[in-house]
Every structure is written in structure tokens, then in C-alpha cells.
Design a protein around this ligand. Structure first.
Ligand code: FDA
Length: 335
């Protein structure tokens, strides 16, 4: 391999690992959140991926995307909350989000991290909050999806998910293909109608626990898709990997209760447009709130050239709203 290309690849994977390590530093996260100048500067980069600080900003973008025939997920962003009072406030915000989606007739899905609503304080508190949200989501007919966090939390997250989903079947779970354990976990309990989002996994994990990005990981992802399709799950294929998406589009999706692709807001909007034009169901995952630091680090780490984009956004002071890049229906009408 050309030595310059090799060097560039080394730099990119080094930068990705460094960013994932930075994402996990609570001291830096605190600095960003408590230093108004630093917060404002980095917020310009975050604006590419985060709809805003307020629920109303996320709902406005959700409505525009639905107008363009996308489905949406919404997350009030946050994780690793260690104060019971802040966990209660986050639960209230998520409950408010569920209610407002119903009031505005927005057919969206709500996503969240269990460590935002109590997992790090006490798993009983997290369960109480989860059951409260599960009951409300069931009443309103809105899906509620649990995100998956670092592997140290997987057992606890799955335990709470199983307890709550047994009562409220609109609760879904995110599974990480990168973890060695996931195929066995999924084989044990995926069933007809289970709601699953399949991701590769965002967290830096040791090799004993997870695979790095590789062909082997992509094969695993595909095996998990096959399993979920055989079992008749509701399945969100959450990836931006175009080559993998092409493979997934070859599958016979008829067997499943429902299947869709799900991509994060601000990432590959042109791919979302192309997929919608082909008639593929696409869901866009929107986030809002003030705790976007870890989310921003992950989005840059997953594709290190985004570091250059972040620099440009910081200096230029932002960009035209990313939502405009998702337009295809109205554009087609104008053409
Ligand atoms: P991968 O990282 O393998 O990259 C393949 C290609 O995709 C790249 O070469 C690039 O072209 C494109 N790409 C990927 N990321 C990009 C980016 N940020 N910017 C531009 N291009 C990019 N993780 C987790 O651990 N727990 C969770 O709960 C969730 N939840 C979740 C929900 C949804 C809807 C999505 C789409 C993703 C998650 N994730 C997640 C993140 C997920 O685990 C994973 O880290 C990212 O999706 C990146 O992996 P990919 O499969 O997209 O591609």
C-alpha cells in the first residue's frame, strides 16, 4: 500500500480512538458544559448533528421530515446522570416529549439512554422511570426505544428492558453487532414482533468483548439481520455504511413485521434522499438538549474527516439547516 495512504489510515484510526477516549472523560464533558465560551464554540460543530437545545426545535424538524415522508426518532440527549433529581427531570422531559408528539399528531419514536434516567443511581429508580414512560408510550401508541451503552452496562440494560417490555410491548431495544455476546443474546429471546434496532456499536471496547470495524463485523451484522428477519421482528437497520446497506437491500424483507433503515440526522442526508426515491423506508434519528458533548465526539470519531468539517463549522459559525438537505418530494414537485 502507498505509504502516504497507510499513514493517513493510521492517523484516522488514531484520531477515532482518541475522540472516543475524549468522549468518555467526564472532566472534559463538565468543562464544556460549564464554560459558556467553549460550549458556544463547540455548539457550532454540534449543530450539524443536534437539532437544538429545545424540544420545540426537534419537533419542528421532525414535522418537516415527516412532510418529506421520512419516519423520525427523537432523543432528549444525555447519559451517565448521577443525580436522582436530574434523572427525574430527564424522565419528565421524555414524558413531555411523548405527550407533545401525540398532541401534534407526529408519528415519531422516542429514544433514550437508561443511564439518563437512573441506571447509574439505582437500577430500581431506572426501572420506575422506565415503567412510567412505558405505560405512557403504550397509552399514546408511541414506540419507546432503549439505546445501548458501554458493554459494562449491557446486562443491566437488557434486564430492565425485559422487565418493562413484558408489560409494554411498544418498548424496543438497541443491539450492538460489535459485541461478541450479541448473537447469543438475540438468539435466546428475539421473537415475532420484538422491536429491535441493530447498530454496529459506538463505544471503544476491548477485543475480548467486541470486534473493531472490519469485514467480520459486517458479516456479523448481516447474520443478526437474518436472525431477526427469521424471527419476524420489527427491525430498524441503523447504519450509514452504504456498502452494507446495499447488501441489506437484497434481503427479502417480507418475512419481518416491518423493516426500515434508520440514520442519524446530519449524516449522509444525500443517501437518505436516494433511498427514499427508491421507495426504501427511512427513519431519521433526531436529538436535542444541552448534553451533546459525547454525541458530537462519537459522530466525529466514526468518520474522522468530520473533524475538518467541525473545524469549518466552528470558524464559519454554522451552516444552513441540515434539514434542507433531506428534501426530495418538494424538490421533485418544483422540477
Ligand atoms: P461505520 O462506522 O462502519 O462506517 C461506515 C461508513 O459509513 C463510513 O466510512 C462513512 O462513509 C459512513 N459513516 C459512518 N458514520 C459516519 C459519520 N458520523 N459521518 C459521516 N459518515 C459516516 N451506537 C450504540 O453503541 N448504541 C446506540 O444505542 C446507538 N444508537 C444508534 C441509533 C441510530 C439510528 C444509528 C444510525 C446509530 C446508532 N448508534 C448507536 C451508533 C452506531 O453504533 C455506529 O457507531 C454508527 O452508526 C456508525 O457506524 P455505521 O454502521 O454507521 O458505519
Amino acid at each position: 500500500m502507498n505509504i502516504m495512504i497507510q499513514r493517513q489510515q493510521q492517523l484516522e484510526s488514531g484520531a477515532a480512538a482518541a475522540l472516543k477516549a475524549l468522549a468518555r472523560r467526564p472532566d472534559i464533558k463538565m468543562q464544556v458544559e460549564h464554560n459558556p465560551q467553549l460550549y458556544a464554540l463547540l455548539q457550532r460543530a454540534a449543530a450539524r448533528y443536534v437539532t437544538g437545545e429545545r424540544r420545540s426545535e426537534a419537533l419542528e424538524i421532525a414535522a418537516q421530515l415527516i412532510d418529506e415522508h421520512y419516519a423520525v426518532s427523537l432523543e432528549y440527549i444525555g447519559e451517565n446522570t448521577t443525580s436522582a433529581e436530574h434523572c427525574r427531570q430527564a424522565t419528565e422531559e421524555l414524558a413531555g416529549l411523548l405527550s407533545e408528539l401525540a398532541e401534534q399528531g407526529i408519528n415519531g419514536r422516542v429514544s433514550f439512554d437508561l443511564s439518563h434516567i437512573g441506571l447509574l443511581v439505582d437500577s430500581e429508580l431506572a426501572l420506575q422511570h422506565l415503567l412510567k414512560l412505558g405505560e405512557l408510550s403504550q397509552q399514546l401508541g408511541i414506540e419507546l426505544f432503549i439505546s445501548m451503552e458501554e458493554s459494562a452496562k449491557t446486562d443491566a440494560i437488557l434486564h430492565l428492558y425485559h422487565q418493562a417490555a413484558a408489560l409494554y410491548p411498544l418498548i424496543g431495544i438497541t443491539l450492538q453487532a460489535q459485541l461478541h455476546r450479541t448473537y447469543n443474546d438475540a438468539s435466546a429471546w428475539l421473537a415475532s414482533g420484538t422491536r429491535v434496532r441493530l447498530v454496529k456499536g459506538a463505544y471503544e471496547e476491548p477485543e475480548t468483548v467486541a470486534l473493531p470495524r472490519s469485514n467480520e463485523l459486517d458479516r456479523r451484522y448481516v447474520e443478526l439481520v437474518e436472525l431477526a428477519l427469521q424471527r419476524g421482528c420489527h427491525l430498524s437497520l441503523a447504519t450509514h455504511d452504504e456498502a452494507l446497506i446495499e447488501r441489506l437491500l437484497q434481503f427479502d424483507w417480507q418475512a419481518a413485521a416491518s423493516v426500515e433503515l434508520e440514520l442519524l440526522y446530519g449524516i449522509r442526508p444525500e443517501l437518505c434522499v436516494r433511498l427514499r426515491k427508491q421507495g426504501v423506508p427511512v427513519r431519521v434519528y433526531l436529538t436535542y438538549g444541552q448534553e451533546w458533548y459525547l454525541y458530537l465526539c462519537h459522530r466525529i470519531a466514526e468518520y474522522p474527516p468530520n473533524l475538518f468539517q467541525a473545524l469549518i463549522d466552528i470558524v464559519d459559525g454554522g451552516q444552513a439547516a441540515p434539514v434542507l438537505q433531506y428534501r426530495w418530494m418538494k424538490q421533485d414537485e418544483l422540477e
